[in-house]
Design a protein around this ligand. Structure first.
Ligand code: ADP
Length: 663
């Protein structure tokens, strides 16, 4: 049995058939009636509307058969579609070699007669056929043939109409899905615009009617949604006065966007005239023809930002003026790049002209040798560890070689905690005059002390003689008087010695008389003397191992005695004072620990300075000149040691000094 040849354009034909969405659909009255009509007109028991699928033929309507499809190989229609414009008429299939052994012919179906009109779509693809079948030999007359063709056209029309309806239905569904999607998107967009932190409004028409404004814009206007659909001037008279509508009209006419940055405006807001700064823009909205149909009004409230900046600028200006009027120099060092920038005043202090370049290394080199390391270390300490910088030092003028004293204070500034972006800056003041004053004062004190020393030594001798005489004469009243005078003279002598020490120290005239001695011996001598004098306190000298030291014994004793005298002076009677000395690594540490008033952290920083005295209710009762600790520090430092204090107010203090071993 030869199968029907497959049409040339089979792929396209099948695609066209698929596009009708007819295969495997339920029966439809319209198609059934057409099959009925075909069977009636052609007087055949069977009529079919058949579609030729890839491997089968499927019947949309069938009269006189029960099956809904057959194999394509058996299909008569598959033959019919090969000649789309003709009726395939087989009078007696049993005698036609194309069909004689077809199962439909030889089997129970008993097909003898077949006539099929191809169902051809608009594009010319034959999709199937309308056919009539009989179990006996037959021939159609012309009227029947024409009727069958008309009916086949009807089938095709129905099919096309059905397809159109389906397409319409589909596009309607798609549209409604799209509409739904659009509606949700629009709602989402509106929600976003409504809550966006940028003020937004939409204006339409030449009177700038407010179509919409989001919450931020309503807040800026101090209005509610009642202004929607109102012309600008009517809704917002206070802003209309600022000429906004005419600017918007201009944008409307020209189609050119208008923008302002930090525009200052004052208008009534919540019943008060207030100042605002806004970044705002009027953007024209155009249709597909480029015609402006509305204006998008967007605005950012910059008031807080601008106010903060103005305040910072004014603070900066005030600081600049303060620095300028105090005649202070300033500098800047970038912590990572070490870039150094000096202000004109600082350059002037260092002997440069204002426009001359001045490098950090050159500046450091202008500090005399004996002070240079101290300052360079202080700078590094601040840059590396953020230590507060407060130093006094002399400099030799770059050109004039004049010696000037300066005081520099500064800090490490970290922008936003970022150490990499840190910089070290501060102010520098000329203190030459103050230093000269101090020098004059020192000279004067030194001179007076020196002048007083000789007569005082004589007076001391006389009072001692006087005392000896009154003791011998058993003159009780005279003796008391002589003791009192001696006490006063001793105090004066101690004072004069102190002043002379200060004067010598500042002039660098102090001479150390170094020799080898044992710290244990020094402790013994001091203990022997001081235990006799300070009977008011529990003075405890802890045992010291024999430690040989190379130093000025007299001066070291002076330091120890001074620490102990202070401990007695600044603590309650009856309290303990512990004195000890330990050797560690390459130095010894001597400490005097009391249970006295203590020193606040603020005062601890200064008590070793010359003439510094703590100013509080307790210490004010105790006389002194603030030179003892200064002298101690100078003596110790000249030995290469260090002094220090640890203290807590109300708990007591530990004053200590170190001396290097093996020198
Ligand atoms: P002076 O005792 O003559 O005032 P010093 O230079 O010896 O001078 O001491 C400076 C300041 O340090 C004192 O005025 C005092 O306030 C404080 N001070 C010194 N030693 C002690 C101590 N052991 N306890 C509390 N304060 C002390």
């Amino acid at each position: 049995m030869p199968s029907a040849p497959v049409p040339r354009n089979e792929q396209e034909r099948l695609a066209s058939l698929q596009s009708y969405h007819i295969l495997d659909t339920a029966t439809e009255k319209d198609f059934d009636e057409l099959a009925e009509l075909a069977s009636a007109i052609c007087d055949t028991p069977v009529a079919l509307i058949s579609f030729v699928d890839k491997d089968r033929q499927w019947f949309k309507a069938r009269k006189g058969v029960d099956i809904s499809e057959t194999d394509r190989a058996l299909s008569f229609c598959a033959h019919a579609i090969n000649k789309p414009n003709e009726i395939l008429e087989v009078e007696d299939a049993r005698r036609d070699k194309r069909f004689a052994d077809n199962d439909l012919v030889t089997g129970d179906t008993n097909l003898v007669f077949y006539a099929g009109v191809p169902l051809v779509d608009n594009a010319g693809y034959p999709l199937g056929s309308l056919c009539v079948i009989d179990r006996e030999k037959k021939q159609l007359n012309d009227m029947q043939r024409s009727a069958l063709k008309v009916l086949a056209n009807q089938v095709m029309d129905k099919l096309t109409l059905r397809k159109k309806i389906l397409e319409l239905q589909e596009s309607k569904n798609r549209n409604s899905r799209l509409n739904k999607l659009l509606m949700t998107k629009e709602q989402e967009a509106m929600q976003i615009i409504k809550n966006t932190p940028m003020a937004m409004a939409l204006h339409v028409g030449l009177d700038m009617t407010i179509r919409f404004a989001n919450d931020m814009m309503l807040k800026a206007w101090d209005k509610d949604e009642l202004v929607f659909h109102m012309p600008f001037a009517k809704a917002l008279p206070e802003l209309a006065a600022l000429d906004f509508p005419s600017t918007m009209r201009q944008v409307y006419r020209t189609g050119i966007r208008y923008e302002q940055t930090e525009a200052h405006m004052s208008y009534e807001h919540q019943g008060e005239i207030k100042q605002f700064y806004y970044n705002y823009a009027f953007t024209p909205l155009k249709d597909e023809n480029g015609q402006v149909w509305g204006i998008l009004n967007t605005a950012f409230d910059m008031t807080a930002v601008v106010r903060n900046r103005l305040a910072a600028e004014s603070a900066e200006e005030q600081l600049r003026l303060a620095v300028q009027s105090a005649d202070l120099g300033t500098w800047y060092i970038n912590a990572s790049t070490r870039e150094f920038i000096a202000s004109p005043k600082l350059k002037e202090l260092f002997g440069y002209s204002a426009n001359e370049p001045m490098g950090y290394e050159a500046a450091i080199a202008q500090i005399p040798d004996e002070h240079r390391d101290r300052i360079a270390h202080a700078v590094e300490d601040t840059l590396n560890h953020g230590t507060a910088y407060d130093v006094e030092y002399p400099i030799v003028g770059y050109r004039d070689k004049k010696l000037r004293w300066v005081r520099a204070t500064g800090n490490l500034f970290k922008s936003g905690g970022d150490t990499a972006a840190a910089h070290f800056s501060g102010t520098i003041a000329d203190i030459t005059e103050r230093r000269e004053d101090e020098q004059r004062k020192n000279d004067f004190i030194g001179m007076v002390s020196h002048e007083l020393k000789t007569p005082l030594t004589s007076i001391s001798g006389y009072t001692q003689l006087q005392l000896a005489r009154t003791i011998k004469a058993d003159d009780k009243a005279g003796q008391e008087l002589a003791i009192k005078s001696k006490r006063q003279v001793d105090r004066m002598q101690a004072l004069i010695t102190g002043f002379l020490d200060v004067a010598r120290l500042t002039e660098g005239k102090i001479r150390l008389n170094k020799k080898e001695f044992d710290m244990a011996t020094l402790f013994d001598i001091s203990a022997h003397e001081l235990l006799a004098v300070h009977t008011t306190h529990k003075l405890i000298f802890h045992k010291v191992e024999a430690i040989s030291i190379h130093a000025d014994q007299e001066k070291i004793e002076q330091v120890l005695v001074n620490f102990i005298n202070n401990a007695v002076k600044y603590s309650q009677s009856g309290s303990e004072i512990n004195v000890d000395c330990i050797a560690q690594d390459n130095h010894i540490t001597v400490s005097v620990t009391d249970q006295g008033f203590g020193v606040s952290p603020k005062d601890q920083k200064h008590i070793f300075e010359r003439f510094y005295r703590v100013d509080n209710a307790k210490t004010n009762q105790i006389s002194g000149f603030g030179i003892g600790l200064y002298v101690c520090k100078e003596i110790v430092e000249r030995h290469g040691g260090q002094t220090g204090v640890e203290s807590e107010i109300g708990q007591g203090s530990r004053f200590w000094f170190t001396l290097p071993l093996g020198l």
